[in-house]
Design a protein around this ligand. Structure first.
Ligand SMILES: Nc1ncnc2c1ncn2[C@@H]1O[C@H](COP(=O)(O)OP(=O)(O)OP(=O)(O)O)[C@@H](O)[C@H]1O
Ligand SMILES: [Mg+2]
Length: 235
């Protein structure tokens, strides 16, 4: 379980400071698919950076599956991050000149997975996003939707507990966006916790819970009663 308590994040540049998060508290449970929404500048990306160990809070506490991050060194955080988290970004963040296979294998290079096991994990992840026929293609030659599916394969190759995504459909047309969201939905069903930031109500509609952030605080936090046919909405 993930628990934030009174988390603040203040960015201080010389002279001025910005309060990006002003006391955020909530818990996210293992079986949840959470969408974080809110206006531009409200603190969504900052919150995701803190949740995913890319940044530390200025104050407050954060517990990630029994580990208190304020008691952990940067090296420990980097280790847990590699082992237990996957990431998907709006702009894909792939190595354009590397193949789909090499992009997906990337997180395993920093883990303790044996060479012999690696191949199977990479192939399974690529199959999970439906891109087996593109395995050897350079990432730069794929469409936006295909790139994002490679990014998802890379995020899940380590079998992480939690997958974080910041605007994963922001650069996609609605059909590719729908395919990408279907994959997130499958990953949730398979037991991964999903936390994603989005502006789009369509994307948020795949989640089971919606947290609205406004001016650095939680404005509302509600469970979504999913329509049973929603999953079949996009073909
Ligand atoms: N590295 C930084 N240094 C200084 N200020 C920052 C930094 N990152 C974010 N901020 C400020 O913190 C506030 C929250 O920014 P954040 O990026 O979290 O917003 P957001 O909700 O993700 O917005 P958007 O929807 O536009 O992506 C903004 O006022 C922003 O200018
Ligand atoms: Mg943002």
């Amino acid at each position: 379980m993930i628990a934030l308590k009174a988390v603040k994040k203040i960015y201080a540049d010389d002279g001025s400071s910005t309060v990006a998060l002003n006391g955020v508290s909530f818990e996210i449970h293992k079986d949840e698919f959470v969408a974080i929404m809110g206006p531009s500048g409200s603190g969504k990306s900052t919150l995701l950076h803190i949740l995913s160990f890319m940044d530390r809070p200025t104050s407050g506490s954060y517990t990630f599956f029994d580990k208190k991050i304020e008691e952990m060194s940067d090296t420990e955080l980097a280790y847990v991050r590699n082992q237990e988290m996957g990431f998907v970004f709006q702009s894909f963040n792939l190595l354009g000149h590397a193949s789909v296979y090499d992009n997906v294998e990337m997180p395993l290079l920093y883990s303790e997975v044996k060479m012999v096991d690696r191949k199977k994990l990479v192939e399974n992840a690529i199959a999970a996003v439906g891109l087996v026929d593109k395995t050897k293609i350079e990432a730069s030659k794929l469409s936006g939707g295909q790139k994002q599916r490679v990014a998802i394969a890379r995020a899940l190759v380590n079998n992480p507990r939690v997958i974080f995504a910041d605007e994963p459909t922001g650069n996609l047309d609605s059909q590719s966006g729908g395919q990408v969201m279907k994959i997130f939905e499958e990953l949730h069903t398979a037991g991964h916790t999903i936390v994603l930031v989005t502006h789009e109500t369509y994307t948020a509609g795949f989640a089971n819970r919606m947290i609205h952030i406004k001016d650095g605080v939680v404005d509302s936090d509600q469970l979504i009663d999913k329509h049973p046919t929603h999953a079949g909405f996009i073909k």
